[in-house]
Write a protein that binds this ligand. Structure first.
Ligand code: C2O
Length: 555
């Protein structure tokens, strides 16, 4: 193991896409940002310097941060923001994790352009025998011609509905189907018969996305940095926050220079006005006699490729079956540690809600109101200093120091029938769920009926969890647990809670600290679809959170 050091400057950089030039927030001037590559067991030190006039923080999405919650990054949860011209050194160790994760800004919607891959190389060989010719990170993102800040302001102030970006991107490039964009196309050279590992990350703000490569299948081997039993598929579905490793073996009988399109397009479950455009890139078969200097094809096909190799925008059947195919590897080297019994089941409803409009404003939600969103009808409000400092350093934050978050819905109702009054209201506050060190927990996440247009990608910080069951309709506490997969459920950090359905997760709360739980659709987090849970210190020092670093930012 080594100590890996990185220096990240958060700074503005002028970038042009779709013939619009504007300043976007970046790390070290790059969009997407630099890739962090480390090995399992390494110590990691990332010094982040804020070179903008606003606050910022960075988060290492999926890194477990065992006892180092101070380095997790969500603003006002584990730290106060890094102020302008200040630095903070994020220090943590990679313990028993390997695979593809990512990092992103965790304040307001800064992650729109402040994100990159976080790759943990394993200490042991990959658990599949195919030799890998090359690894290819592919990050899905979004591009706005206008300022993202204005969209955020709209979403917060007027509760306007899902915003629409101007393009999806593949490694920052929209591809030829957008105006003025042919030159900004991602092209990957490959050799016939070799096997490549593609590390897919969905960094989009508000859209679940399908990914396919024309005439090629892919083998899924890992999700959210945990190995799965390999399975072959024509398409991948990723929610914001999720990552998936696939193996690709280009096997088409084709001439060198042949190109095949790859495409990224959204998935939603209902007809709503939103962006259903498609980002396109290409793989091109390399002429092995020429070496790699000739990799970019002279001509990117400009006639729109036939996109019938992608699932349709509302292909819930594909999305559901794809999700159901995931199984933990559950081998002797990588056992599946799903808790067979749990000490506590917490039942959480996930809702969109309506709030009255602030006086004198015109709201763009519904019926002259603005949207909010909630868990058990609690819309999470960020406190004035970090909850972690509040809980573990006795700093006054406005958040309580006791467990006051409702562990069940306040008013049980028929969750999946549309438009019920009991589901319309939410109250803003900073309630916490406090659990003892080592508790085994089950979270049942129940989607509710008002405005079902997409799955909710729920992300838990500081822990992985096992997805032991999912289903449509209302969760049935008598019947459904009998059908849980307690043998090889997938282990993840972000789960798609089915629109009009539920997901049951199990985890062991073995990481003392304060952990954010939220929808990874940025609009929903902004509206309050979040909560925080506290894991108390255990009896021994090695079960307690480490002291905060000296340079931890103060509010
Ligand atoms: Cu990917 Cu709370 O974040």
């Amino acid at each position: 193991p080594a100590t890996r050091r990185f220096h990240f400057n958060v700074e503005w950089k002028s970038v042009t896409r779709l013939c619009h030039t504007k300043k976007i927030l970046t790390v070290n001037g790059k969009y997407p940002g630099p890739t962090i590559s480390v090995y399992e067991g390494d110590e990691v030190e990332i010094t982040v310097t804020n070179r903008i006039s606003a606050n910022t923080t960075l988060h290492w999405h999926g890194v477990r941060q065992m006892r180092t919650g101070w380095a997790d990054g969500p603003a006002y949860i584990t730290q106060c923001p890094i102020q302008s011209n200040r630095s903070y050194k994020y220090r943590f160790k990679i313990i028993n994790q390997r695979g593809t994760l990512w990092w992103h800004a965790h304040l307001s919607w800064q992650r729109a352009s402040v994100h990159g891959a976080f790759i943990i190389y394993p200490r042991m060989p990959y658990p599949f025998s195919t030799p890998i010719a090359a690894e290819i990170p592919i990050i899905f993102g979004e591009w706005w011609n206008g300022p993202v800040e204005a969209i955020v302001a709209d979403t917060i102030m007027y509760g306007s509905g899902p915003n629409v970006s101007d393009a999806y991107t593949i490694n920052g490039l929209p591809g030829p189907l957008y105006p003025c964009s042919v030159k900004d196309t991602f092209v990957q050279a490959v050799e016939h018969g070799k096997t490549y590992m593609i590390r897919l990350i969905n960094a989009a703000l508000n859209d679940e996305l399908f990914f396919s490569i024309a005439n090629h299948t892919m083998t899924v081997v890992e999700v959210d940095a945990t190995y799965v039993k390999p399975f072959t598929t024509t398409s991948i579905m990723l929610t914001p926050g999720q990552s998936t490793n696939v193996l690709l073996t280009p096997d088409r009988p084709s001439k060198p220079g042949a190109t095949f399109p790859m495409a990224v397009a959204p998935y939603a479950t209902a007809l709503v006005p939103f962006d259903d455009t498609t980002a396109v890139g290409f793989i091109t078969y390399r002429d092995v006699t020429k070496g790699s200097h000739d990799d970019h094809p002279a001509l990117i096909p400009t006639t729109p490729p036939d996109l019938s190799f992608l699932p349709g925008v509302r292909d819930t059947r594909f999305a559901t079956e794809f999700g159901n195919r995931h199984r933990s590897l559950a081998s002797s080297a990588y056992p599946c540690n799903v808790p067979k019994k749990v000490e506590k089941r917490v039942f959480l409803t996930i809702s969109l809600n309506l709030q009255d409009c602030p006086p004198g404003k015109v709201c763009k939600g519904l019926n002259g109101k603005r949207f909010s969103a909630s868990i058990n009808n609690q819309s999470f409000a960020l406190p004035s200093a970090s909850v972690l400092q509040g809980y573990y350093r006795n700093i006054t934050t406005g958040a309580p120091l006791r467990s006051d978050f409702p562990e069940n819905p306040l008013h049980p109702f028929n969750y999946t029938s549309p438009g019920l009054d009991s589901n319309m209201n939410s109250e803003f506050g900073t309630k916490l769920l406090v659990v003892p060190y080592g508790a085994t927990l089950e979270f049942v996440l129940q989607d509710t009926g008002f405005i079902n247009v997409e799955n909710h990608p729920i992300h838990i910080h500081g822990h992985n969890f096992f997805v032991v069951g999912t289903g449509f309709g209302n969760f049935d506490a008598d019947r459904d647990p009998a059908r849980y997969n307690l043998v090889d459920p997938p282990e993840r950090n972000t789960v798609a809670v089915p629109s009009g359905g539920w997901a049951a997760l199990r985890l062991k709360a073995d990481n003392p600290g304060v952990w954010y739980v939220h929808c990874h659709l940025e609009a929903h987090t902004t509206w309050g679809l979040a909560m925080a849970f506290v894991v108390e210190n255990g009896p021994g020092d090695s079960q307690s959170i480490l002291p905060p670093p000296k340079d931890l930012p103060l509010c």
